[in-house]
Structures are given as C-alpha cells and as structure tokens.
Design a protein around this ligand. Structure first.
Ligand code: CA2
Length: 148
C-alpha cells in the first residue's frame, strides 16, 4: 500500500489567495492542495488535505497521523505561536511533521518568531511562499522512504 502524506492547514489559511497577496501570494488553498496532489502522484505517495480553524480538530488529525504512520506537512498558522496542545499532539503521537510557513516568520513581528511546533517537527521551512509545501513534501518523502 502507498505511503501517505497529509497536508494540514490551520486557522485562516482557507483565505489564501483572497486577501493579503503581498504576504501570502495569490494561490488559493485549493491551488496549493492540487499542486501537492500532483507532486504526490509523481513521488508515489497518497495525498490528503485538511484545513481547520479549530485547534482541537488539528490535534485530532495529528494524533490520527501518528497512529496511521502518515507524514504531515503542517502549516499551523497563528497557532504556531500559541499552541502547547499542537506541540504535545505531535510529540505524544510520534507523527512525523514538516512545519511550513508561507511567509518568513523571522522577518515579521517579534511574536511570530517563536513557534511551539518547531522543536517537535522534523524540520521547518519558511519564507519560500507556497512552494514551501512542495519542498516539505519532497523532504518528507525522502525521510519516509528511508524510514520504511
Ligand atoms: O506564513 C505563514 O504561513 C503563517 O503560518 C500564516 C499565518 C500567520 O499567523 C503565521 O504567523 C505565519 C496566518 C494565516 C492567515 O492566512 C491568511 C491568508 C490570506 C489572507 C489572510 C490570512
């Protein structure tokens, strides 16, 4: 059975492409997911996607990913900077997560510089626009192949 990758997006990312194009680009979340699905075919991974504005729903998906052995490309949005619950969900479930931010969180306001997720993620990509989702998938695919 093909290995799988979940594209998980947190609060407000459903607005992608509709507001703040200078910061987040002009692709919609649908465009991003379509590009990830297409790369998934190329890499031989099943791809699913989920977005929620609700922290607990993100916790549920991370726990399930840990159980299923599904790799996660995760943009936690603003919860990155606030959520011990998301950090605990990753650490506690053993889900393999590559964190991604569209913008460079280190060149923005000070409160965005710290992510609670980064220390428990396999790695983190930021500032490369929506291309970051595809780079994260490639990194995850290499890691998952090596790990069986
Ligand atoms: O750069 C990123 O990907 C962020 O995770 C995006 C979050 C922000 O709170 C993080 O600091 C960095 C915000 C997501 C909101 O997305 C919008 C997209 C279009 C229009 C309005 C909001």
């Amino acid at each position: 059975m093909a290995q799988s990758i979940l594209i998980l997006n947190g609060p407000n990312l459903n607005l992608l492409g509709r507001r703040e194009p200078a910061t987040y680009g002009s692709q919609t979340l649908g465009d991003v997911v379509a590009a990830c699905e297409s790369l998934g075919k190329e890499l031989g991974f099943e791809v699913s996607a989920f977005q929620s504005n609700h922290e607990g729903e993100l916790v549920d998906r991370l726990q399930q990913a840990g159980i299923d052995g599904t790799g996660v490309v995760f943009n936690p949005g603003a919860y990155s900077h606030t959520s011990v619950a998301l950090r605990d969900a990753i650490a506690g479930s053993g889900a393999v997560v590559v964190e991604i931010h569209i913008s460079n969180i280190h060149s923005r306001e000070h409160f965005r510089h710290r992510s609670y997720v980064t220390p428990v993620a396999k790695g983190m990509i930021c500032g490369l626009g929506t291309e970051g989702y595809l780079l994260a998938m490639r990194a995850l695919a290499v890691h998952m192949r090596n790990d069986g």
